[in-house]
Ligand binder design. Structure first.
Ligand SMILES: *Cc1c(COP(=O)(O)O)cnc(C)c1O
Length: 245
């Protein structure tokens, strides 16, 4: 039985979707000959209520992704104080996956553990300068416009290495890897091509002396292709939580 009588329907539905998602991730990893433990499931909780985040946390999900600072702040505070009195900190890792706005860099640097959407040096410098000294360096991924869409965020593939070198030199950032987001309607073969291109860019950066360990790629509609092409973090919203409000 996947649900128990004391589960109210939203929690039971979440439990079943999480189990199905974990099976799909494990199958995709197995098909690619990869260890499933090399893939982190990042639960994209934008547009979801705090109750849903708490339910996911109770099911063993510890990494959450948010796109908007103002929406994330109450969630971060709620989960921080979410344990029963005397319980240890819930140990949640917060990822900022949206576009970082220049006027929101301070709360982003103070509240998050990771930033995935870095594509401008000006923002990187502000995040480094504003990262609190008591905290470890902020983990960052540089976002690459890998599918070449005019409207999408991200640095051009040909400019990626130069930006990576500059970001790697900032004292309060820890450069982890590359991130990409594909258009929703790409055929599967094109998903594979684009994700493989991001993997190739990471290999080039490693060969150039930048020790990147992260490929943040794959969402609800394309994570299987991403895992086949080496994703280490998949960012999953609707396939886990259902439709967003
Ligand atoms: C919203 C979002 C996701 C999750 O999208 P789903 O299709 O709901 O899985 C992942 N990454 C980024 C950058 C997003 O903005």
């Amino acid at each position: 039985m996947l649900s128990t009588p004391q589960n109210s329907p939203p929690e039971a539905a979440l439990r079943e979707r999480l189990a199905a998602l974990r099976r799909r991730v494990a199958n995709a990893a197995g098909a690619a000959g990869r260890d499933v433990d090399s893939i982190t499931l990042l639960a994209v909780s934008k547009g979801q209520e705090i109750r849903q985040l708490r339910a996911a946390l109770a099911l063993g999900v510890h990494q959450f992704g948010e796109n908007y600072v103002d929406e994330a702040i109450p969630k971060i505070h709620a989960l921080r104080s979410g344990g029963a009195p005397g319980q240890p900190d819930a140990g949640v890792i917060w990822h900022f996956i949206g576009r970082v706005q220049a006027n929101k860099t301070r709360p982003t640097a103070e509240l998050f553990d990771w930033v995935h959407g870095l594509d401008r040096m000006r923002i990187a410098e502000r995040l480094s300068g504003q990262r609190p000294h008591h905290a470890p360096p902020l983990n960052v991924c540089v976002q690459v416009n890998i599918a070449g869409e005019a409207s999408k965020a991200g640095v051009a593939p040909g400019e990626t290495l130069a930006l990576l070198r500059e970001v790697a030199a900032l004292p309060r950032l820890r450069l982890r890897g590359l991130m990409a987001m594909l258009p929703f309607d790409l055929p599967v073969s094109h998903q594979h091509q684009a994700f493989a291109a991001l993997h190739e860019l990471r290999d080039q950066a490693i060969a150039a002396g930048l020790p990147l360990d992260t490929l943040s790629m794959g969402m609800s509609g394309d994570f299987e292709a991403a895992i086949a092409q080496g994703a280490t973090i998949v960012r999953i919203g609707t396939a886990l939580f259902g439709p967003r409000s």
